[in-house]
Structures are given as C-alpha cells and as structure tokens.
Design a protein around this ligand. Structure first.
Ligand code: GDP
Length: 141
C-alpha cells in the first residue's frame, strides 16, 4: 500500500477564496505536504490529465472548467494516503458527500466539486509525475 496521493484544489475553490481553508484541512487531516504549486492548466493539459474520461458526455465541460483558472496541485503523504484522502474529500457529488468532508463544505455541484483525489496507488504515481519532477518532491523536512 502506497503512502502517497495526488490532490488538486480545483479552480472553483481557488476562485471562491477557499484555497487556504482547504490547505488547512489537508494539514489538520494529518497529511504531510510533499509539494504544492499554484498553476493554470492549459486545455490540453486538462485533456491529458482526464484522458480516461474522454468518452464521457461531460468531458468538454470538465476540461474547460479545469483550465478556466488557477488551481493548486499537491503531492500528499500519509499512511494509506489514497483511501484517507478520498475519505477526507467525500463523494464526487457534494449532495452525496458526508458531513465534514471537503466536498460537502466547499463544492457546489458534481462538476465543480472543489477538489480532486487519486483513485488508486497506480494513478497517484502517474498523476504526481504528471505535475511534479522528482526534485520537487520534498521528503525529509
Ligand atoms: P472523482 O474521482 O470523485 O473526482 O470522480 P470521477 O473520476 O468520476 O470524475 C472526475 C471528475 O469529473 C469529477 O470530480 C467531476 O469534476 C467531473 N464529473 C463527474 N461526473 C460529472 C458530471 O456528471 N458532470 C460534470 N460536469 N462533471 C462531472
């Protein structure tokens, strides 16, 4: 079981001024932040990142939204990180998200749902390396 996952504070949350509050939730939930940066995805970066959803009807909406403004990408560390972060963010649709989860508190719709979390250890590794070089991952401080 891996101890790393990949997170995004999505453009809706950054636009709404929630970056700091979500960053605080990450720390209070016991994650060690290995790296973080504020970026604006190009449409083609968003299409590459979400390639697995390319046949879905919402693909255009999703990739336009994800490239519509600044977002914060993060590499996170914790025991059982993938599952722990998915529990911290809650269900994809905020209506179905549990009380106290980030999506319950900050998401407005299934599309604009404030945060991303990897769904497997394999994808966490792929997603971290999509945005971070090895030297940007800070392990020992
Ligand atoms: P996640 O792993 O919880 O983020 O959910 P998925 O992997 O199923 O979907 C990826 C992302 O696509 C979600 O976080 C949403 O931003 C978006 N998405 C999923 N379903 C819909 C939908 O029905 N409409 C729109 N506009 N976006 C969606």
């Amino acid at each position: 079981m891996s101890n790393r996952t990949f997170a995004i504070i999505k453009p809706d949350a950054v636009r709404n001024g929630d970056t700091g509050k979500i960053y605080d939730r990450i720390l209070k939930s016991g994650f060690n932040i290995l790296s973080a940066k504020l970026i604006k995805l190009t449409l083609s970066q968003a299409e590459g990142f979400y390639a697995v959803h390319s046949e879905r009807p919402f693909f255009g909406e999703l990739t336009e939204f994800m490239s519509s403004g600044k977002c914060m990408v993060l590499a996170l560390e914790k025991d059982n990180a993938v599952l722990e972060w998915r529990k911290t963010i809650g269900a994809t649709n905020p209506i179905e998200a549990d009380e106290g989860t980030i999506r319950k508190d900050f998401a407005t719709s299934v599309g604009e749902n404030a945060v991303h979390g990897s769904d497997s250890d394999e994808n966490a590794t792929i997603e971290i390396s999509y945005f971070f070089t090895g030297s940007e991952i800070i392990q020992n401080s």
